[in-house]
Design a protein around this ligand. Structure first.
Ligand SMILES: [Zn+2]
Length: 143
């Protein structure tokens, strides 16, 4: 029997490990897909601009088909978990900004932790990121 992988499994497979940042990317990618709706024209490409480099980017490569190689995944380093999505040929973009409180929640001093403790803290963070209410996760703006 062939069981298709879930989007989450596809993202984790591609990314190579499970971490809080990839779960941020996963959720942002899904919100973007929902908010953007259908592709405006067959020739239109989705361009994703991330304002910080992180593990989150790999989720956009899998779920939004915005790849670094094709040049439609871009990073402008501003140290901010802010993500901009726009189809080429359209004037409206979508900006998703991760709430500062959510990011604060993730900051932990991992230096003093054992591997097991680190893993548990990661799992806790991932559950929080994927499970928290959307308004506590991010703000969505149409630009
Ligand atoms: Zn990662």
């Amino acid at each position: 029997m062939c069981v298709e992988k879930t989007p989450w499994e596809q993202v984790i497979d591609f990314h190579g490990h499970t971490c809080p940042e990839i779960s941020i990317g996963y959720r942002v990618a899904q919100i973007a897909t929902r908010e953007l709706g259908i592709r405006p024209a067959p020739s239109s490409e989705l361009v994703v601009t991330a304002y910080t480099h992180s593990c989150a980017l790999d989720a956009f490569q899998v779920l939004n088909r915005a790849t670094y190689g094709r040049g439609n995944l871009r990073v402008e380093e501003k140290q901010q978990h802010v993500y901009h999505f726009q189809y080429t040929g359209t004037s409206e973009g979508l900006q998703i900004s991760i709430q500062a409180e959510l990011l604060d929640h993730l900051v932990k001093d991992h230096d003093q932790m054992t591997t097991r403790e680190k893993q548990n803290s990661y799992l806790e963070a991932i559950q929080y990121i994927l499970g928290t209410e959307e308004t506590l996760f991010c703000t969505i703006q149409k630009l």
